[in-house]
Design a protein around this ligand. Structure first.
Ligand SMILES: NC(=O)c1ccc[n+]([C@@H]2O[C@H](COP(=O)([O-])OP(=O)(O)OC[C@H]3O[C@@H](n4cnc5c(N)ncnc54)[C@H](O)[C@@H]3O)[C@@H](O)[C@H]2O)c1
Ligand SMILES: [Zn+2]
Ligand SMILES: [Zn+2]
Length: 367
């Protein structure tokens, strides 16, 4: 099968090559990937892998069709349309039994690109190839755990639904599950890529009374207004925190969401959040480990920081709900997708994401 491979040699450059994909193991399925969105986390993985010598197929926002199933698979059959999710829970670890699927001991391995036993179903010339962020959606076929593939109704358009795999689960889930925003609450969102745009949609669905957004890119601020933002701020021209205070009568927002992946914004989000409110951290970058976040103020001001991985979603529980929200007209998936490229032009797509062009860029992986 053909896949776009990243070898860590030349920044951002992937190349198309033939790979061998194993038959699925007992608890796995073989999926023909139809479409895969490009997320900023793919770029972060490119940065992390540079010079590592690892070979990987990136792409973790994918949808496709099941082509083979392992012998113990019960929820999927050949021919089923499926949405793939980066975090496939094991179902019975300490966290899974508490309903905390994104904290599952196996799901937490998603960034390693290998199965829990260290192997990978993909290889090239006999050498292992990793599944970048657990899915390998930039390849025509992948093998994933049954729990990482969620059955979709046969009439679901894969080229649109694929963005649920990361952006929508992450952004809408951050609002509905991680923060549990109530109707009437006020919200700030920093960074309006696919993730921030999905946070805005989640806040609108939750009934937030004010949705203040910030991004230096005018086109993305306009898109956020389309998705339900009430106030858009250009942080390169305006003092974001001062504007948030003005818009909330000096109180601050109930919830802020950092979705730019800029660690300095963690402090801005916390400072823009009211006493007793919460800052939800969704964006990740390499400098997040050293972000300053005023621990004393957390105590004296009773503020919380909530780390949100894939919106605290449980794939089998939440993906069908998110598809249902789209069918009800609550979620606008079509407007999330601004660009499409064929797999062969994956480099153009990656460049597009680096340049923050449009909103979500989606690859057509197989016809
Ligand atoms: N927590 C999770 O589960 C999860 C899942 C997916 C992605 N992510 C992370 O979320 C972040 C966003 O991903 P994306 O795909 O939407 O990225 P993206 O590159 O499409 O969007 C990032 C946006 O942030 C904006 N931005 C940059 N500097 C800013 C600033 N100072 N103030 C306000 N906005 C600013 C950019 O203009 C851009 O529009 C990334 O860090 C990504 O790795 C996290
Ligand atoms: Zn992602
Ligand atoms: Zn588990």
């Amino acid at each position: 099968m053909r896949a776009a491979l990243y070898e860590g040699l030349s920044p951002d450059v992937v190349f198309i090559d033939d790979l061998v994909v194993e038959e699925p193991r007992a608890d796995e399925v073989l999926v023909k990937v139809a479409n895969c969105g490009i997320c900023h986390s793919d770029l972060s993985l490119i940065d992390l892998m540079a010079g590592s010598g690892d070979v990987s197929v990136l792409g973790h926002e994918a949808a496709g069709t099941v082509e083979a199933i392992g012998e113990s698979v019960t929820t999927l059959a050949v021919g089923d349309k499926v949405l793939l999710t980066p975090l496939a829970p094991c179902g019975n670890c300490y966290w899974c039994v508490r309903g905390e699927a994104t904290a599952c001991k196996d799901a937490q391995m998603f960034s390693s690109g290998v199965r829990p036993d260290g192997t990978t179903p993909l290889s090239r010339n006999g050498q292992p190839v990793k599944r970048g962020l657990g899915v390998a959606g930039f390849g025509e076929h992948t093998v994933v755990r049954e729990a990482g593939a969620v059955k979709l109704d046969p009439d679901t358009p894969l080229d649109i639904a694929c963005v649920i795999g990361c952006a929508i689960q992450t952004g809408v889930g951050a609002v509905l599950h991680s923060a549990k925003v109530d109707a009437g609450d006020t919200v700030l969102v920093t960074g309006l890529g696919g993730i921030g745009a999905a946070v805005v949609q989640g806040a609108r669905i939750a009934g937030a009374s004010k949705i203040v957004v910030s991004d230096p890119v005018a086109e993305r601020r306009d898109a956020a207004i389309h998705f339900g933002a009430t106030h858009a701020i250009d942080p390169s021209a305006d003092d974001l925190q001062a504007r948030v205070m003005e818009l909330t009568n000096g109180v601050g927002v109930d919830y802020s969401f950092e979705a730019a992946g800029v660690s300095a914004l963690v402090a801005t989000c916390l400072e823009s959040t009211r006493v007793g409110g919460a800052a939800v951290i969704v964006g990740v970058d390499a400098t997040l480990a050293s972000a300053e976040f005023m621990p004393a103020a957390l105590v004296t001001h009773g503020k919380s920081i909530i780390g949100s991985l894939l919106g605290h979603c449980h794939p089998q529980r939440d993906i069908p709900k998110l598809v249902g929200m789209w069918r009800q007209g609550l979620l606008d998936l079509e407007s999330m997708i601004s660009h499409r490229f064929d797999l062969a032009d994956a480099n153009e797509g990656i460049k597009n994401v680096r340049a923050a062009n449009g909103l979500r860029t989606v690859l057509t992986v197989s016809g």
